[in-house]
Design a binder for this molecule. Sequence first.
Ligand SMILES: *[C@@H]1O[C@H](CO)[C@@H](O)[C@H](O)[C@H]1NC(C)=O
Ligand SMILES: *[C@@H]1O[C@H](CO)[C@@H](O)[C@H](O)[C@H]1NC(C)=O
Ligand SMILES: *[C@@H]1O[C@H](CO)[C@@H](O)[C@H](O)[C@H]1NC(C)=O
Ligand SMILES: *[C@@H]1O[C@H](CO)[C@@H](O)[C@H](O)[C@H]1NC(C)=O
Ligand SMILES: *[C@@H]1O[C@H](CO)[C@@H](O)[C@H](O)[C@H]1NC(C)=O
Ligand SMILES: *[C@@H]1O[C@H](CO)[C@@H](O)[C@H](O)[C@H]1NC(C)=O
Length: 463
Amino acid sequence: MDRLQNLPMDLRNLLRTIRLKAKYALFLVLVVVLVIIEKENKIISKVSDKLNLKQMPQNIFEINSTDSNIIYAENGSLTSLSELDSAFFQFRKRLANVTLQFGGSNAFLSDVPKSTRKHILLMATTRTGSSFVGEFFNQQGNIFYLFEPLWHIERTVTFESIGANAVGSAIVYRDVLHQLLLCDLYTLESFISPTPEHHLTRFMFRRGSSKSLCEDPVCTPLVKKASEKYHCKNRRCGPLNMTLAMESCLNKDHVAIKAVRIRQLGFLKTLVEDPRLDMRIIQLVRDPRAVLASRMVAFSGKYESWKKWALEGAAPIPEDEVQKLKGNCDNIRLSAELGLSQPKWLRGRYMLIRYEDIARYPLQKAKEMYKFAEITLTPQVKEWIIKNTQASQGNSGVYSTQKNSSEQFEKWRFSIPFKLAQVVQEVCEPAMQLFGYKLASDLETLTNRSISLLEDRVNFWVT
Ligand SMILES: *[C@@H]1O[C@H](CO)[C@@H](O)[C@H](O)[C@H]1NC(C)=O
Ligand SMILES: *[C@@H]1O[C@H](CO)[C@@H](O)[C@H](O)[C@H]1NC(C)=O
Ligand SMILES: *[C@@H]1O[C@H](CO)[C@@H](O)[C@H](O)[C@H]1NC(C)=O
Ligand SMILES: *[C@@H]1O[C@H](CO)[C@@H](O)[C@H](O)[C@H]1NC(C)=O
Ligand SMILES: *[C@@H]1O[C@H](CO)[C@@H](O)[C@H](O)[C@H]1NC(C)=O
Ligand SMILES: *[C@@H]1O[C@H](CO)[C@@H](O)[C@H](O)[C@H]1NC(C)=O
């Protein structure tokens, strides 16, 4: 670590604030080595000059709080991210290179992709119905589908200070996503805990949600019984062999990934511009009042103060939590505004879709998404959708996707306390206006079924 002394101050601070759990340490060593190499190229010093120039370090690296400052930090760092981006370009290329070499042979990764191969990102936030919509792609036999792989990064890397979180995590998420879309699954191994040995792991998050990871030949015979946290549905498989998974990915016609951890569409520019990727980004949004209602059920412990305030008139909701809600709504809106503004780099590659429309017209919306992605919708997908949107009872666990969807999508209106709906309306109004979610002025409006809170947007946006 002595060599850290040679690095510019900002960078040293940044590295010190990035706190790493054990299994990420190796990756860190690579990063540090590469950073030192880059320093010779004066690239990093260029970055820190820029940061000094813009007075950014104070904002980015020293603010210490939870997500509450994320709007500020992210807003403040949006331009600087693109600057960082160009400066880090070489750095990232080497990082990918080293990761690949580290993982072993990368010979088959350099195969020229099939020209019709599509790369789909389902970009969402939690509790927007993304597991359900992800199934539309998971069920298509020729798509290699990954369910929330970036979860592993959130688990193994923690960025201590808020600014490092905003910038650093955006870059790491984006770059790992990039490699995954190219079928380089070894990259993910650096973030899986415990670290896979011989490319075998029993800890791939929600493996069972990805058909591609549970079918032959990726499902290897179970040799000895071991406790598996994430197992395949309906069958037992041996530990996941990442090499086999990678081969499966390369053999399928298309790749689709669901991710709830990409906060800004703008971060994805380098992926969209990569000629090896034919990107299609589908941004899924949902009424933020419904999202809050759903989160209060799924993560109820986190919302104690909200409930107490709404139902018992206890102490107000902590301001940082309200700001966090606002930050989420702003990020979603800013991403959609960017997509809808049709910048040249995104043309034909961005689609915005509302969960409520999917819930009401699932098959029609699935067809629209497939048309946008230029992929054939198979009978299996159609069948799955019909079967899973009309069930009147049965599975109804918190993460269940099998529901009578046109009955379910408005249920939140009867469970959320009106005071909380009001809070959401206050901080998320610009997003709600953009997406066509009508404000409810009183409890009667909120709970009157014959009043729709949805503005009809017949042809929702494809750009
Ligand atoms: C960051 O916040 C934590 C908890 O609020 C506090 O213990 C710590 O001293 C703070 N660090 C800095 C650098 O302000
Ligand atoms: C972001 O920055 C711009 C320009 O400084 C400012 O007008 C805008 O209000 C900021 N947005 C947020 C959400 O803070
Ligand atoms: C990546 O590795 C390949 C082969 O090992 C090498 O030819 C190429 O120059 C490397 N690229 C960078 C940016 O280091
Ligand atoms: C994983 O699969 C690859 C490709 O078939 C194979 O060569 C390798 O031996 C497998 N690894 C283990 C530990 O079984
Ligand atoms: C699903 O709910 C809608 C709206 O309540 C209802 O019209 C429809 O009959 C239900 N479908 C099934 C299969 O239960
Ligand atoms: C619900 O709204 C409709 C249409 O505005 C109205 O006619 C009806 O009286 C309302 N029902 C209740 C219970 O308020």
